[in-house]
Ligand binder design. Structure first.
Ligand SMILES: Cc1cc2nc3c(=O)[nH]c(=O)nc-3n(C[C@H](O)[C@H](O)[C@H](O)COP(=O)(O)OP(=O)(O)OC[C@H]3O[C@@H](n4cnc5c(N)ncnc54)[C@H](O)[C@@H]3O)c2cc1C
Ligand code: SF4
Length: 514
């Protein structure tokens, strides 16, 4: 293939989208980026340089046909570009906004220059397509019945693929609304929920059926391990009943068990897991709740965890009007450019500044929490009067050392100090799917990292039961969840029909380029 402008990368510099001014962003919940504009997108697409072996295909778990759509965008053939993009990606409007873009880390131009702005080109094509979304209905119905449990990006991608293949697909979701972490984890300023609704309209008109406020799995009496994750009026249905009623059950329940911080003071009021904080805040934004029970307004907030979930808490904290906010990370600050042991085309582990970081707050690297310190006074109206409320965190600097092949964090003597905190948000990751409910009822085997064990074809050890997304992979990314949803759909279709023409971008457990 020849790209539109073979010397485009010599004529045009990389451009990224510009964020709206911080002073405006922190006073509303709208997405933070300014529109990019068709001409600038064409110039960025023109930087794609006919490199011969496009490593970006390998970097993208979906195998998006990046040079092809760059060329089509350059030639102003947006309808064709949109068709090429939707051939490999069910929800490019999500990845175009939210993907960290491992493809750009693998772009050949990135060896000695700035990579192509692939994600921005993807978003522009996706938005062009989204204005023209039509249902793609199956030509023939198979009468095979598929139940999908969980409506995050993995469940949604599997549902769309299998509905389009002619199967009768019902998605079961225990929360009030569809979307998983897209709905209740990722804040509005990163993804306005109207974007998700638009796609759900298409899916419904293609024939996918959605059942909300239904929790599948009655193991351990169906007890909720994650309070507030299910709708208040949730109904329970056994997984075995779904197995009896359907030809296949696909589990896409996510990795929802929050990791805790094993230090004294967990019982104090004012200490919450990130999702306990983000979900009600998102519900307020979409109007299904009047006020959030956990607000940062006027508080001294400490977010423990320097990753993306922590950054989403940070942006939310800013918009609620905190008195101060610190984000703590145990790892040292990453370098500004690739370290020697982190070569192209692997994912660059470098210092990144998200919109939430730009908006304020202080980032503290190389630090560990030793203790959460409380008092018995009620602070700011939260908690019963007289119950102990968090007042500060005791911190200590650490240095990272590899001891016997394992990364260890060694405390630095004399660096202990206190940091004022009357709201502490724990964002240190997730440790796999909940053990009660569907996992307990079906007796599903877990792998070493605590995820549901599946074969390369996403099948569990139970006949007709498949698992995908974060539930089987462990905590990951939207692009991997969509890839797993597409791949499990191909395997399910093959299981049901003996053969399949659905694409299978990855095998279960396939790793990123490393
Ligand atoms: C705060 C936050 C921000 C993130 N931001 C990004 C980002 O910007 N970019 C990115 O690429 N990735 C991001 N991620 C990661 C990404 O959201 C996940 O990798 C992805 O959503 C996983 O998709 P999934 O479909 O496997 O699971 P989920 O999105 O977790 O969906 C699982 C669904 O299953 C439902 N469910 C669980 N058990 C049951 C049951 N028994 N019965 C019925 N329903 C059930 C849950 O309610 C949930 O709706 C973020 C994660 C978090 C926590
Ligand atoms: S989905 Fe992510 S990795 Fe794939 S092309 Fe888009 S931005 Fe790149």
């Amino acid at each position: 293939m020849l790209v539109g402008d073979p010397k485009g990368f010599l004529h045009f510099e990389r451009e990224a989208p510009v964020r709206r001014p911080v002073m405006l962003c922190v006073h509303d919940w709208r997405e933070v980026y300014e529109p990019f504009g068709a001409e600038r997108v064409r110039a960025q697409a023109a930087r794609c340089m006919d490199c011969g072996i496009p490593f970006c295909h390998e970097g993208c778990p979906l195998g998006n046909l990046i040079p092809e759509w760059n060329d089509l965008v350059y030639r102003d053939r947006l309808a064709d570009a949109s068709a090429r993009l939707e051939a490999t990606n069910n929800f490019p409007e999500l990845t175009g906004r939210l993907c960290p873009a491992p493809c750009e880390g693998s772009c050949v131009l990135g060896i000695n220059a700035e990579p192509v702005s692939i994600k921005q080109v993807e978003l522009e094509i996706a938005e062009w397509g989204a204005q023209r979304l039509e249902p793609r209905r199956a030509g023939v119905q198979t009468t095979k019945r598929v139940a999908i449990v969980g409506s995050g990006p993995a469940g949604l991608a599997a549902a769309q693929q299998l509905t389009r293949a002619g199967h009768d697909v019902v998605v079961y979701e225990r929360a009030e609304r569809i979307g998983g972490l897209l709905r209740y984890g990722i804040p509005e300023f990163k993804l306005e929920k109207g974007v998700l609704e638009r796609r759900l309209v298409q899916m419904r008109s293609e024939g996918t059926v959605f059942m909300t406020a239904v929790s599948v799995g009655t193991g351990s009496s169906g007890a909720e391990e994650v309070p507030g994750a299910a709708a208040p009026d949730v109904a329970h249905i056994s997984a075995q009943q779904l197995r009896n009623d359907c030809d296949v059950v696909v589990l896409a329940c996510g990795s929802t068990r929050p990791r805790d911080l094993e230090v004294p003071g967990r019982e104090l009021d004012g200490v919450h897991f990130a999702m306990e904080y983000l979900k009600p805040s998102n519900q307020v934004c979409e109007g299904s709740r009047a006020v959030t029970p956990i607000t940062a307004a006027g508080r001294h907030v400490v977010i423990v965890g320097g990753g993306d979930t922590g950054a989403d808490c940070l942006g939310t904290v800013h918009r609620q009007g905190a008195a101060s906010v610190h984000q703590l990370e145990i790892l040292p600050s990453p370098p500004m450019s690739r370290a020697a042991g982190n070569p192209w085309p692997t994912w660059p582990v470098i210092f990144r500044t998200s919109s939430a970081h730009e908006e304020g707050g202080e980032r503290v690297f190389g630090v560990t929490t030793v203790e959460r310190v409380g008092d018995s006074a009620d602070v700011g109206g939260v908690g019963a009067v007289g119950s102990a409320h968090v007042r500060s965190l005791r911190l200590q600097d650490v240095v990272s050392e590899v001891v016997e092949g394992r990364l260890q964090f060694v405390p630095v003597p004399g660096t202990e100090r206190e940091l004022e905190a009357d709201l502490v948000l724990i964002a240190v990751g997730f440790s796999g799917p909940e053990r009660s409910g569907v996992v307990a009822e079906l007796g599903l085997e877990l792998d070493a990292k605590g995820a549901v064990a599946v074969g390369p074809d996403f099948a569990t050890e139970l006949d007709g039961v498949f698992a995908c997304g974060d539930m089987a992979r462990g905590q990951s990314l939207i692009v991997w969840a969509i890839a797993e949803g597409r791949a499990v759909a191909a395997e399910v279709d093959r299981y049901l029909m003996g053969t399949t023409s659905l694409p299978r971008p990855i095998s279960a457990g396939q790793l990123a380029l490393r």
